[in-house]
Design a protein around this ligand. Structure first.
Ligand SMILES: C[S@@+](CC[C@H](N)C(=O)[O-])C[C@H]1O[C@@H](n2cnc3c(N)ncnc32)[C@H](O)[C@@H]1O
Length: 416
């Protein structure tokens, strides 16, 4: 079934856009920062209370969107759900580049929401069928993508679109909705569309399917390439790539740090749903490393350990250790620092309240961050054990169970 374009913007939507765009001309920055004052001033100019409330809320969504998506958000229209679900700019660009590098020129963005992914696909020179189920969201997507003539926004079910797809369609991207009423849906079959439906599309087309980063490996097709993605320290998604979009099957970690990106994979991998290879374990060395969540989620700690001669402190706990780091100024060091936060150990004591408090007070820290792993105590409890007069450098306390020992390891962050 061929799907229709979304309805054009209604007069109310047009009014809302116009007032939102005018706000910085009608109000000062201080007034805009204070919704009560802003609202009063706009009422005095005879705008209706409903229109004022919608425009102010749109204004505040735009400010949040600019932080998440950058300047493209400046003249886009947002909904709260659409903004929360929008893929971060750096990741959407990466997705689009994968389609372009695989040589595709005509793709579908299935569940395009407000159009973030479609926009980057278009910027990479691809033509896009952007399909969105929700009529209001689809109409805003058409507005947001208005300058990209090679994007066709269609409203309806992706399932219907694919029931009689355009002959020119070469590949698909799907980003199932994973929340309902503000709550995360843990079962992939509760997503919209369900993961099994999205995976069935991947049988017909090379596909990228965005999924939760905590996805159980049993859902990953063995021949897929599944990327676990972090932006800085935050794991933001996993994405299952298939067929020509998955040149090498397996799990990879993709870490974006400022304007650089780093890829980690395991040459000994046994496919995307293969087991996690165990990393070697050993005693606490001079440095302790807290691996980036993308490497943890992708099960790549053994590959990281091989690459940098690291060892795990405990088979169950994702802290690594080493005695030597690559020297400053070489690419290997940048790569290691993208893969993990690195700390130099000052001392370690048994994880007992008095011993930890004494060690912290002697260590001269300006602040203290606590990481707890494998111990029944939450980090907040351990944090309450210690009091100190701030001086010196920021410090970190690792509260961890290592084999049979429970240790408090004090350390200082090493800068790259
Ligand atoms: C997670 S959001 C997509 C976010 C988008 N990739 C972005 O970066 O802005 C999922 C979208 O899919 C839409 N959707 C859910 N089920 C759908 C279906 N069966 N067909 C088409 N769209 C669907 C939802 O309305 C929602 O807007």
């Amino acid at each position: 079934m061929s799907l229709p374009p979304p309805p054009p913007l209604s007069p109310k939507q047009e009014q809302l856009l116009e007032l939102t765009n005018q706000l910085p001309l009608l109000l000062t920055e201080d007034e805009l920062a204070n919704p009560l004052v802003a609202s009063e001033k706009l009422r005095a100019k005879n705008f209706s209370p409903n229109l004022i409330a919608s425009a102010l809320s749109q204004w505040s969504l735009r400010q949040r969107a600019i932080k998440k998506l950058g300047p493209i958000a400046q003249d886009w229209f947002f909904t709260n759900d659409g903004l929360e679900q929008a893929t971060q700019t750096v990741v959407a660009r990466h997705h689009a580049q994968r389609f372009a590098e695989a040589g595709f020129s005509q793709v579908a963005d299935l569940g395009c929401a407000l159009g973030t992914e479609s926009q980057f696909l278009a910027r990479e020179g691809l033509s896009v069928f952007a399909v969105e189920l929700d009529p209001l969201t689809a109409s805003w997507a058409a507005f947001n993508l208005r300058e990209h003539s090679q994007v066709q926004v269609l409203q309806g079910l992706a399932e219907d679109f694919l029931a009689s797809p355009p002959a020119s369609l070469q590949a698909v991207f799907a980003d199932p909705a994973r929340r309902l009423g503000g709550k995360r849906l843990m079962n992939p079959e509760d997503w919209s569309p369900p993961l099994s439906t999205a995976l069935s599309w991947a049988a017909d087309y090379p596909a990228g399917i965005k999924v939760a980063p905590g996805i159980d490996y049993k859902f990953l097709p063995p021949t897929s390439l599944t990327e676990f993605v972090s932006v800085g320290q935050n794991v933001v998604e996993a994405c299952i790539w298939t067929k020509d979009l998955a040149p090498i099957p397996g799990r990879v970690a993709q870490v974006f740090v400022e304007d650089q990106s780093f890829t980690f994979s395991d040459p000994l991998s046994e496919g995307a749903n293969g087991p996690v290879r165990p990393a070697p374990c050993g005693d606490l060395g001079r440095f302790i490393l807290e691996p980036n969540g993308a490497l943890v989620r992708s099960g790549l700690l053994a590959a990281l350990a091989d690459e940098f001669d690291l060892r795990l402190l405990d088979p169950q706990i994702a802290f690594l250790t080493t005695d030597i780091l690559p020297p400053a100024g070489i690419p290997a060091r940048e790569r290691l620092f993208a893969a993990a936060q690195v700390f130099e150990v000052s001392t370690s004591v048994p994880l007992h309240r008095k011993q930890v408090a004494k060690a912290v007070s002697e260590a001269e820290f300006s602040s203290l961050e606590v990481y707890a792993r494998g111990v029944e105590l939450p980090a907040t409890t351990v944090r309450k054990w210690v009091k100190f007069v701030p001086s010196g450098q920021p410090g970190v306390l690792f509260a961890a169970r290592l084999a049979t020992q429970r240790l408090g390891i004090l350390a200082k962050k090493v800068s790259q």
